[in-house]
Design a protein around this ligand. Sequence first.
Ligand code: PSU
Ligand code: MN
Length: 301
Amino acid sequence: MDEVAAGNWLRARVSARSVALETTLLAHGVPRSDGAALARTLDGVVRAGGGQPATVGVLDGVAIVGMSDDELGRLLEADAVKTNASNLGVVLARRQAGATTVSATAELAARAGVRLFATGGLGGVHRGFHLHPDISSDLGALAKWPVAVVASGVKSILDVSATREALETLGVPCVGWRTDVFPAFYRRESDAAPLDARFDDLADLAAYLDLELQRSGRGVLVANPIPEHAEIAQADWSRWLAEAERRAHDAGATGRRATPALLGALHEVSAGATLRANIALVESNARLAGQIAARMPERGA
Ligand code: PSU
Ligand code: MN
């Protein structure tokens, strides 16, 4: 394990097989009581895949890449601020506890030299963006930081087609693990523009990612569809989304609250079905990221 430090605001314990894991998903994406158990599960599946988990979060004015169990426990008990690229500096300066989103996690992981990162689904362009342009900082972060994010595409609560186009505009490669079709979180397929490439072999994918991250100095989306057994039926999905959107709208959830409010409403409306699907897909992404990490050439090789 290498220790990496930048000034006094970043502390990292990483290796060539590290897989970054974010903490917004744990603190704001699932019910509070489920965060710690999900963290343990993800830790286990990354290791089972052959990777080294490196959970990312902010405590006491320090961004940590590779939190200890104790540090993660403190973060989940604190009312950790949802921390993206735009408020990361404020959370650090104010010495708050910060749960990092994809954008902040990608930035911190890249600074620590971590090349892989697993999450559930990217943030992106929200539905109705022509009236209210809510576009996640995740997209800009992928265009900026050299990290491969393994995710089940982008969250189905978004305008999936518009988000896929935005990734294209930003020049972010979107490659599929055993699929050609851009996946949409709870659903294995979407009608968005297709992926840039399909990979069926882990070593082949690892070799591509190593080359691409070095060459471009920017990020890559590795799209891994939700496992078949966990996929949500289209008819259920349409009903649940309509009801969840109504509830989130009535609650006045905008800005950084929008995504957690929508996910929380869905978990309620679906009586836990979307939560189970979400956990299944994150686990599958963490396992795949661990398997890729185990096959990444050593840096500089
Ligand atoms: N994946 C999940 N659940 C989540 C998230 C991802 O399965 O809660 C989080 C990630 O941290 C992602 C964030 O960066 O949702 C997007 O939030 P926003 O739309 O506010 O950018
Ligand atoms: Mn937003």
